[in-house]
Design a protein around this ligand. Structure first.
Ligand SMILES: Cc1cc2nc3c(=O)[nH]c(=O)nc-3n(C[C@H](O)[C@H](O)[C@H](O)COP(=O)(O)O)c2cc1C
Length: 473
């Protein structure tokens, strides 16, 4: 049975030892970020739990972090499976057979309704993430719901929100994002964009919120496909939008037409501060929430992080399918390395059939609008894309730099890439729009000598009788 809400999912995580409760009182303005960072430094992914901070100084709402992606194991539990293959199957099923949401009259998210002046988002324990650099607290896990004003198709996306007052936040919505188009279409008609923001919901909604899919798909239907049951939606109180009935917290309001304000800077998924700039903002008219609501945050900033984990998983499989089944390239493995925020650095393994296929592969990756692969490495299929040492070995001995390195100039850049421009240059400045990419062909281009290792049968034999050598207890 699908998780009904964030709470039932947290119970499932706790049952598997994947949720730890922090009972010590913590300060949201410095301590939560530091604890989350140490969680990634101190605990290897396979053992790393998600966290619930139960006592936050000055607040009576607990905060959970890492619950969608402190590790790949946790992501799998979120999708009620236990392997990467299981995750991929769930995504296939969701995209092939989306299940439309069901509209219901009411739900737990309406247990408390605050209108107008009563709204005060400063009562939520929104942390400061990069202390001394961020201008204040930021929501990192908002599920931002908008509708295409022309087609009416719903979208859910995660775009950072800077707390700017009791009923106001900033937004950073990248130019390629679906919501950016909704705002633009409304701006062109000088109309405000209705927005609903969900904090805390069943995990399928978070996974679609951070994943790219066709703008013609209702992302709640994809979430339904992921969980195997329709998402129940309730109409908002003040805007013509619908939100999950079991959401923990909902903020309703609008982005005023053609209005911009200073937003940022913010410690970003690249591991550097993202620049401040003039951006749309969100005016909140109504806040609804469950009794004893739970606040959810994504752990982001310098990778590895929850952000790089969930981005990577949601993107690798679609990229693999695009290369293999749309472009018919003999691709064996695709990895978006977390150091590159699961986007900038791509490794692909190929059972190369003829010279030239490496270039087809690199252009196949570069042609996607998501801007993947500023650094693209293509290896042979004997190299495991998950083995860093093997990748470095291929780069060291299968590359002749004067022949095997391709640089593509004047191609779409990632605006938050700190190598594009200094911090004083705002986010959507032209110098951040166009950049360059490099591909390294680390495949063999001619016959290679034998590999200098003991024969496989000798290694297998020794492995089978390893204990007899008395080397390890
Ligand atoms: C933790 C986290 C924070 C993110 N913050 C932003 C953001 O501030 N702005 C943005 O444009 N994309 C951000 N993204 C990426 C988008 O959520 C992602 O591209 C998603 O596909 C956007 O939804 P859309 O495709 O429906 O537009 C973030 C992703 C994660 C995992």
């Amino acid at each position: 049975m699908a998780y009904r809400d964030l709470r039932s999912y947290l119970a499932a995580l706790e049952e598997r030892g994947k949720l730890k409760r922090v009972r010590k009182e913590v300060d949201k303005d410095w301590e939560i970020a530091a604890v989350c960072r140490q969680l990634f430094y101190k605990i290897a992914p396979a053992k790393r739990p998600a966290l619930m901070f139960e006592r936050i100084k000055g607040f009576n709402i607990p905060l959970v972090a890492g619950v969608l992606g402190a590790s790949r194991e946790i992501y799998a539990i979120g999708l009620e499976t236990d392997t990467v293959e299981g995750i991929n199957r769930k995504w296939d099923q969701a995209l092939e057979k989306p299940i439309p949401p069901r509209i219901v009259k009411s739900g737990p998210c309406k247990e408390n309704i605050l209108m107008g002046d009563k709204v005060d988002i400063r009562k939520l324990p929104v942390p400061i993430w990069t202390v001394g650099e961020d201008p204040g607290p930021f929501f990192t896990s908002p599920y931002v719901i908008t509708k295409d004003p022309e087609t009416g198709v719903r979208n859910v996306g995660t775009y950072r929100m800077e707390v700017k007052g009791p009923n106001k936040t900033g937004f950073l919505i990248g130019k390629v994002q679906d919501a950016a188009w909704h705002v633009k279409k409304n701006d062109d008609q000088n109309k405000p964009t209705p927005v609903a923001v969900v904090i805390g919901a069943d995990p399928s909604i978070g996974y679609v919120s951070v994943s790219k899919m066709s703008e013609t798909l209702d992302e709640f239907a994809v979430a339904g496909g992921l969980r195997g049951e329709p998402v129940e939606l309730v109409p908002c109180e003040t805007v013509p939008l619908e939100v999950p009935a079991t959401a923990e917290i909902v903020l309703e309001g609008e982005i005023p037409a053609n209005a911009r304000e200073l937003e940022g800077p913010f410690g970003e998924y690249t591991g550097y501060m993202g620049p401040a700039g003039q951006h749309p903002f969100f005016v909140i008219k109504c806040m609804t929430f469950r009794n004893n609501p739970i606040y959810q945050a994504f752990i982001s900033q310098r990778p590895p992080s929850e952000s790089s984990c969930i981005r990577g998983i949601g993107r690798e499989w679609p990229l693999f399918k695009h290369l293999k089944y749309v472009l018919n390239l003999p691709v064996r493995g695709v990895r978006l390395k977390e150091a590159g925020g699961s986007g900038a650095y791509v490794v692909v393994s190929l059972k190369k059939q003829f010279e030239g296929q490496v270039k087809q592969t690199m252009y196949g990756i570069w042609s996607l609008r998501s801007g993947f692969g500023k650094i693209t490495v293509v290896v042979d299929d004997d190299i495991d894309v998950w083995d860093d040492f093997a990748i470095d070995w291929a780069l060291s001995w299968r590359v002749r730099p004067d022949r095997d390195v391709y640089i593509e100039r004047d191609i779409q850049a990632v605006g938050l890439d700190p190598s594009q421009a200094p911090p004083s240059v705002p986010q959507h400045h032209p110098s951040r729009v166009v950049g360059s990419r490099v591909a390294i062909d680390a495949t063999r281009k001619h016959e290679y000598p034998a590999i200098s290792l003991p024969p496989k049968e000798h290694l297998d034999k020794v492995a089978a009788q390893w204990k007899e050598y008395g080397i390890e207890d």
